[in-house]
Design a protein around this ligand. Structure first.
Ligand code: SF4
Ligand code: FE
Length: 482
């Protein structure tokens, strides 16, 4: 397993092409827009070597028997699934931001089981290739981005019916050596600081979309791949330290638009090619695994938001007010509610035909839908308690200004015992963690709320509930035993 430093050094050896703010970056690893995300991912590497977290952040490979990073592990029990959630909460408590590695982790788990079932139906050998890819990741400890979301073009049209056929990634050529793919992936969390990308279809597909039924792995610096780094709210602040709030780890995951111009993929890295009838299964498995995470990762982030809010209340001199205590209680309640969901969908996991474990998909989707609400409410309460300073604090440059700095300092003070700088740093942390980009990530990360609602209806077994009601109302005598 790599250490954080080894991981960061390994990124320097890649030829990853990254654009940001209209420039091609010479050194993306140390660039102020990207480095916080690199640091957050590096934390997942360092914690694997920390005896305190070893049990959560490492696992025993079912393929080699070796000790590996859990981020490269295939779940083989409900205990594995629960440990994943606990691990995510523990890492979020340290970074306060997204460390990006879970997307690829969920991708390998979704494809590991789906390839087994494709092989059973079609006699293909995708599962063996997938197992080889997992072994390679486990051995090298490389970070793999989960590349699912296509740009999608007209959402009312299927991939095969788009005016521009590149709106979803597709196979444009095939020969005895491999395939050539073209298209793009959007909102790519952590991709610029990953080593590999695992490409998967983004929606269920039909026979007309056969060319779009493709899953494969390529290096992020493969010839023809380029990444255009996304803007975030307040990203010009990344040139100042205090104003960022969380300068070391940033906010959310550092997303990019990744363009793939005719990339060759050798057959040994192709895990689905034309089996459109399995795209839906793959997407549902990936989505459920990723939605499982959100009570863990956002639970850990919320722990820091609660801590920062309580600290602000102290600094403002209102910590003892009963309504403040009540709001803090509410924030804890909302946080533990989402965590309960993640633990529940994990403990109700079940084995799949290949022997790996899957979460309860209904409970996983409920968890993520709760996150889209609870995080907004947690942040609303934090804004309520912290006060208007959250939105109006002068900049770090004004604080450091030789003439006006003394005024910023004098009038930014709360209780006398706390220096103004401490209050300013805390308010910036809270602003960073509860403002624009972080909130939107809670809403749309792991799929937008409507995607969870669709899955909830599908998994909720409504006919069974109607039957239960009819039986009690004496409208349906079938199945009645007494
Ligand atoms: Fe992991 Fe959370 Fe980031 Fe998703 S948002 S990659 S679950 S840390
Ligand atoms: Fe996410």
């Amino acid at each position: 397993m790599m250490t954080g430093k080894e991981y960061i050094d390994s990124l320097r050896e890649l030829k990853t092409i990254v654009y940001a703010f209209g420039e091609k970056l010479d050194n993306f690893v140390d660039h102020s827009l990207i480095r916080p995300h690199v640091n957050a991912a590096a934390t997942t590497y360092d914690m694997a070597h920390d005896p305190e977290f070893e049990d959560l952040v490492t696992a025993k490979s079912h393929l080699s028997g070796e000790k590996i990073s859990r981020f490269t592990h295939i779940h083989h029990s409900t205990e594995d699934l629960i440990k994943k959630v606990k691990m995510l909460r523990a890492i979020s408590q340290r970074t306060g931001s997204c460390y990006q590695r879970c997307v690829g982790f969920d991708g390998i788990n979704a494809l590991y089981s789906t390839t087994y079932e494709i092989d059973q139906k079609y006699g293909t050998n995708y599962h063996e290739r997938m197992a080889d890819f997992v072994k390679y990741l486990q051995k090298t400890d490389k970070m793999v981005a989960g590349s699912m979301t296509d740009p999608k073009g007209d959402r009312g049209l299927s991939p095969g019916n788009q005016a521009d056929p590149d709106m979803y990634i597709r196979v444009v050529k095939k020969n005895e050596k491999g395939i050539v793919i073209r298209g793009a992936k959007a909102h790519q969390t952590g991709i610029v600081n990953s080593h590999e990308m695992l490409i998967m279809p983004t929606i269920a597909l039909d026979v007309a979309d056969k060319d779009y039924a493709v899953a494969c792995a390529i290096p992020v610096d493969a010839p023809g791949v380029l990444h255009i780094f996304g803007r975030q709210t307040n990203d010009t602040r990344k040139y100042d330290e205090m104003d960022q709030g969380n300068a070391c780890f940033g906010v959310v995951g550092g997303e990019a638009l990744t363009v793939l111009e005719d990339i060759f993929v050798p057959w040994e890295r192709v895990f689905m090619c034309g089996e459109y009838d399995f795209a839906g299964m793959m997407v549902e498995r990936f989505a459920s695994y990723h939605r499982q995470n959100y009570g863990g990762c956002k639970g850990g982030v919320s722990d820091i938001v609660i801590g920062a809010t309580a600290a602000m209340a102290e600094m403002n001199g209102v910590a003892k007010a009963s309504h403040i205590k009540d709001k803090i209680i509410e924030m804890i309640h909302l946080t533990e509610t989402i965590y309960c969901g993640s633990v529940a969908c994990s403990s109700q996991g079940r084995p799949l035909p290949c022997g790996s474990y899957f979460v309860d998909p209904l409970l996983a989707n409920v968890t993520k839908l709760n996150v889209t609400r609870n995080i907004y409410e947690i942040c609303r309460l934090s804004h309520d308690i912290a006060g208007g300073l959250l939105a109006t604090t002068p900049s770090e440059q004004d604080l450091n200004h030789p003439e006006i700095g003394k005024y910023v300092e004098k009038y930014s003070k709360g209780v006398d015992s706390v220096p103004a700088i401490e209050r300013l740093r805390m308010v910036r942390l809270l602003e960073n963690m509860t403002g624009g980009t972080a909130l939107v990530e809670s809403m749309h990360g792991a799929g937008s709320p409507q995607a969870q609602r669709v899955m909830i209806l599908r998994q909720g077994n409504l006919p069974h509930k109607v039957k239960l009601a009819k039986r009690l109302a004496s409208l349906d005598k079938s199945g009645s035993e007494r």
